[in-house]
Design a protein around this ligand. Structure first.
Ligand code: AMP
Ligand code: ZN
Ligand code: FE
Ligand code: FE
Length: 290
């Protein structure tokens, strides 16, 4: 297996316009190259449709592309995000589950828009679809974008803090698999699963230690330690859990283009960790050869 240099700069969590990022996959890869990255993972929410474009751009620009997906999961009504890497994008069970989640996201967003419009907020579902373009996986940021375009809020964050957060009276949940089931799907599709930002408190994403233990027993490969939404004590807790359960430790930006302040490469994953991840899968890196 070709190896990445030990000094390689690797960012394992980014979003494109296939979900709620603001850059097309090719532009994301171009930005990654400009930011001095050697490898980046494209991990759109519940969508793998951006891989092809990212692969082509990576080959052209000499950037290694790690094919990935950020699977929305739900644990007793709480949101948990699971990163799946190097899985078979045509695996029928995985495809069916992602389709189901994306369908549910669509109906759920329409209902949220109806609630907001009913209370006088300047947004229609047609505007949301129009502005989102050829997005595959609709999310709350696409409502935020219309509210921003119509002058109601200065940016996505302001819209989230006021009306789009998960405890808002306008919030509607969407279907999402149980995290244990999702780990099983990723593994059965030949991929490796990494728990995303497990202790990002202010997002309502904090998971109990017992979940990490359970998922480890089901074949979880790693845990995202270095992430902007983890305070130093969260990183320490994540490292401790990783050591106890023999999990790989990753770092990443969770870049969303102009949609969030996160910058490409602000947190990185060592090449030895990416190699260990690849080694647990049947998949192959895309874009440039390492
Ligand atoms: P959804 O996928 O529809 O549940 O929306 C959640 C997504 O919105 C998260 O995965 C983030 O990508 C994004 N998000 C959450 N909070 C914010 C925020 N304060 N500003 C911008 N984007 C956010
Ligand atoms: Zn997102
Ligand atoms: Fe996430
Ligand atoms: Fe993300």
């Amino acid at each position: 297996m070709p190896t990445l240099a030990s000094t390689a700069r690797i960012d394992l969590h980014t979003h494109s316009t296939h979900s709620d990022g603001t850059q097309r996959p090719a532009d994301l890869v171009r930005e990654a190259q400009a930011a001095g990255l050697d490898a980046l993972a494209l991990t759109d929410h519940d969508a793998v449709s951006g891989w092809e474009e990212a692969d082509r751009a990576g080959q052209e620009l000499g950037v290694v592309v790690v094919p990935g997906v950020e699977i929305s999961c739900s644990l007793r009504g709480r949101s948990v995000h699971l990163l799946g890497y190097l899985l078979d994008p045509l695996d029928p069970a995985l495809v069916a589950e992602l389709d189901r989640t994306r369908d549910s996201r669509h109906g759920r967003l329409r209902r949220m828009v109806e609630r907001l419009a009913g209370a006088g907020y300047p947004v229609t579902f047609e505007e949301v679809l129009g502005l989102a373009g050829d997005v595959r996986s609709l999310g709350r940021p696409h409502i935020a974008d219309v509210l921003v375009a119509n002058g109601r809020y200065p940016d996505r964050d302001a819209a989230f803090r006021d009306v789009l957060h998960s405890r808002s009276r306008f919030h509607v949940a969407h279907y999402a698999p149980d995290p244990g089931h999702a780990v099983g799907l990723v593994r059965a599709a030949g991929g490796a699963a990494v728990l995303a930002h497990p202790f990002a408190e202010h997002r309502g994403h904090t998971v109990p230690d017992s979940l990490v233990e359970e998922l480890s027993a089901s074949g979880l490969a790693g845990i995202e330690v270095d992430h902007r939404d983890h305070a130093p004590q969260d990183r320490a807790r994540a490292r401790d859990l990783a050591r106890r359960h023999g999990l790989l430790m990753t770092g990443a930006s969770d870049y969303h283009g102009a949609g969030k302040p996160n910058r490409l490469g602000e947190n990185l994953t060592p090449s030895s960790v990416l190699e260990a991840l690849v080694g647990q899968t049947d998949g192959q890196l895309l874009g440039a050869s390492p």
